[in-house]
Ligand binder design. Structure first.
Ligand SMILES: Nc1nc2c(ncn2[C@@H]2O[C@H](COP(=O)(O)OP(=O)(O)OP(=O)(O)O)[C@@H](O)[C@H]2O)c(=O)[nH]1
Length: 417
């Protein structure tokens, strides 16, 4: 081999790239170079500081709100949507069958049926074309040289795949191919294989058959990342598998979130435990646990507020929710799922780290892969954290969430059929 490609760091700092241990740091740290992360284009998300470990408070108590289970007949007058208990009481919202309120997109009935892979491909099309257009523009009947590899590496990094994966791909491509013409298809095939290699270990289904009754899933994440929507979609999936589901509207900060969850409950046949806006989230979670136990529900999905601007409050509240849940089942929550909005790009890496420390995240769901060219971030997260990725979301509809398949994702993002 006559030429040797300079690595990304070499180009960035003008020196030798013999510091592989700082690559990931460089790509994710706050002071990252512009080339690495288009922070300006990211939604503004304040990253919470990890709070100092606090002494276990002696009061895992919460506002003592007597739980009231309102049978449907007691709900008088019956509201348009659903109403929780009066005053500070919590209520089990009844299940309404019809009509499905318009503000929650719950199905794609108007659209022709497409396979999940077609949806995934369509959803990932922005991410995929950013990559494939770039590849096609580089590999145009030229013989492979270092410049082409550098250009490819830049495209892969700009697509948020992460420096390590970008380098693995270019190194693999360079093996025995210098001075040879390479077709874009060959590059895309290698891209797909390398992405699949990174993703395969983290593509793990959410196992809700571990003998827990109820199996408690706590949904956490930054506001707007899709917690409530994901709960709704999951609820639908579980119901279709014959499981009984209860939803706890633990995002007590936002009235709309509570209403949204009630609508999902109504649509998917799940009972909803909800309180007033501003009600104590831990108290609500406790009551939901109790109700789910009493009713022998299979799965309890607990929504939480996402409030990074109130960071300490958010994290304290999450810790308290978890402590209180453990009073009824020391093993619960059995899964803590972090929702990540793919459009936030590199910031998602920080969210994984911080929510992981505070809430003990056990798995991930990445949403909004349909609205971004930055879907490659999932690869960077997988490479860095090895946390299971249970589902990905490629739309707002109830059918737009599927278990994560490494092969499908890799093929779709590489633009393969
Ligand atoms: N395009 C697209 N939109 C999504 C997806 N998942 C969720 N959304 C939308 O994202 C918006 C926010 O979703 P929510 O479920 O309310 O997010 P949240 O995390 O519960 O938000 P907070 O209650 O504010 O913490 C809604 O408009 C959803 O319809 C997805 O996979 N694709």
């Amino acid at each position: 081999m006559s030429e040797k490609k300079r690595g990304f760091l070499g180009r960035l700092f003008g020196g030798k790239d013999d510091q592989p241990d700082i690559r990931q740091e460089t790509a994710t740290s706050q002071g990252e170079p512009d080339e690495l992360a288009d922070v300006a284009s990211e939604p503004e998300v304040e990253t919470p500081a990890v709070p100092e470990p606090v002494a276990e408070p002696d009061d895992t108590t919460f506002e003592d709100t007597e739980t009231v289970v309102h049978p449907v007949a007691d709900m008088s007058p019956v509201p348009d949507v659903l109403v929780a208990g009066e005053g500070p009481d919590l209520a089990l919202a009844p299940v309404f069958q019809d009509p499905v309120p318009a503000q929650v997109s719950t199905d794609t009935a108007a659209e022709p049926k497409r396979s999940w892979f077609q949806k995934l491909k369509q959803g990932l099309s922005r991410s995929s074309s950013a990559l494939t257009d770039g590849i096609s523009s580089i590999f145009t009947k030229r013989k492979l040289d270092a410049t082409m590899l550098e250009e490819l590496e830049d495209i892969l990094i700009q697509a948020d795949l992460g420096v390590d994966t970008a380098m693995a791909i270019t190194e693999r491509l360079s093996e025995g191919r210098y001075d040879k013409e390479i077709e874009p298809e060959e590059v895309r095939a290698i891209l797909s294989e390398e992405v699949e290699k990174v993703l395969e270990p983290v593509a793990r289904p959410l196992d809700l058959n571990r003998g827990k009754s109820p199996h408690v899933v706590l949904m956490v994440g930054v506001n707007g990342t899709g917690k409530t929507t994901t709960i709704g979609k999951l609820s639908q999936k579980l119901a279709s598998e014959g499981k009984t589901v209860m939803l706890a509207a633990g995002d007590t900060f936002r009235a709309a979130a509570v209403e949204q969850l009630k609508i999902w409950g109504q649509r998917t046949g799940a009972e909803v435990v909800a309180g007033d806006t501003g009600a104590d989230a831990a108290g609500l979670a406790f009551d939901a646990m109790k109700a789910a136990k009493e009713k022998g529900v299979d799965v309890l999905l607990i929504d939480t507020a996402g409030r990074l601007q109130n960071k300490t409050e958010l994290m304290d509240e999450l810790e308290k929710v978890i402590r209180v849940i453990k009073k009824l089942d020391p093993d619960a929550p059995h899964d803590v799922i972090l929702t990540l909005d793919a459009t936030t790009g590199q910031n998602a890496l920080n969210q994984v780290e911080i929510f992981g420390k505070v809430a003990g995240v056990t798995g991930l769901v990445m949403t909004k892969l349909d609205g971004t060219a930055r879907g490659g971030i999932l690869v960077a997260i997988a490479a860095k954290n090895q946390l299971p990725v249970h589902f990905i979301g490629v739309g707002e509809g109830v059918e737009d969430l599927e278990p994560f398949s490494a092969k499908d994702f890799a093929s779709a993002i590489a633009g393969l059929a």
